[in-house]
Design a protein around this ligand. Structure first.
Ligand SMILES: [Zn+2]
Ligand SMILES: [Zn+2]
Ligand SMILES: [Zn+2]
Length: 258
């Protein structure tokens, strides 16, 4: 199994068009961060995508993602779902339908945002729309996707609930301002933890980098990668200041897991 971080940036991506700040004008590749998403490649080549954000097409080309068999959506914010239309490229390539998993709230928001895909009008004459099968999952249980078990947990993201998961030795907790008891239980002692850590200034719906560090240390994660970061985070500067075992995630970061 191989887990690849396809994007490590916040909802705007980094750099921001028109911004003249130090990070947005930096040539450092790790100061270029696509919208946060990831993929799990199974040993037989099947791919489970984690969110389908607006950068999906470019991320797939850049990181050689040639197929998508299933998608697990964490929540329905635009930076996590607006690549849904581009999933049809993978339908063309594989000639198979793609299973989409998310909580009831997430799937209802996605199916209404993309009603032309999920409830096409009779007589539609355009090209093929994405061929997607929605599946509702519960944040308080495990679910099996492509034969692989995901232990799910809820995260508090303002008024929204986000789906986090642990698959084997990988834990993934993006977009939250408050962790839940179930998340703490599922993630305790995890080997590789991907965790939201927006920036240093407080935010209503995201944890800060110091809060992410505190949570990672409490969970006793062996290695932690901070994701969903803004343009106030200079990769080299911030990465060098983090405690041992904790680093900034970056686009393309790949972990091989047994
Ligand atoms: Zn987000
Ligand atoms: Zn900037
Ligand atoms: Zn969000």
């Amino acid at each position: 199994m191989k887990f690849t971080l396809l994007g490590s940036g916040t909802s705007t991506g980094v750099p921001l068009p028109g911004c003249a700040c130090k990070v947005c004008t930096s040539k450092h590749p790790r100061n270029h961060r696509d919208r946060t998403s990831a993929c799990l490649t199974l040993n037989d080549g099947r791919v489970i995508l984690i969110d389908a954000g607006p950068d999906l097409r470019y991320q797939a080309l850049k990181h050689n993602v040639g197929r998508v068999d299933s998608v697990l959506f964490t929540h329905a914010h635009a930076d996590h779902i607006l690549g849904v239309d581009d999933l049809r490229s993978f339908n063309f390539a594989s000639r198979n339908r793609i299973s989409c998993y998310g909580s009831a709230d997430t799937m209802s928001a996605i199916t209404s945002s993309f009603s032309y895909i999920f409830n096409p009008r009779p007589g539609y004459e355009g090209g093929m729309v994405a061929q997607l099968d929605p599946h509702v999952i519960s944040n308080d249980e495990s679910c099996v996707i492509e034969g692989t078990s995901f232990k799910l947990f809820p995260l508090v993201h303002g008024s929204m609930t986000v789906t986090g998961f642990r698959v084997g030795e990988i834990g993934y907790a993006t977009d939250f301002n408050m962790i839940t008891e179930r998340a703490e239980q599922v993630l305790a002692g995890v080997k590789h933890l991907f965790i939201d850590g927006l920036r240093y200034e407080p935010h209503k719906t995201h944890v800060t980098i110091p809060q992410a560090i505190e949570i990672a240390q409490r969970l006793k994660a062996h290695r932690t990668y901070i994701i969903h970061t803004t343009h106030t985070i200079d990769y080299d500067e911030v990465n060098a200041s983090l405690p041992p075992g904790i680093e900034l995630g970056y686009d393309g970061l790949t972990i091989q897991c047994p």
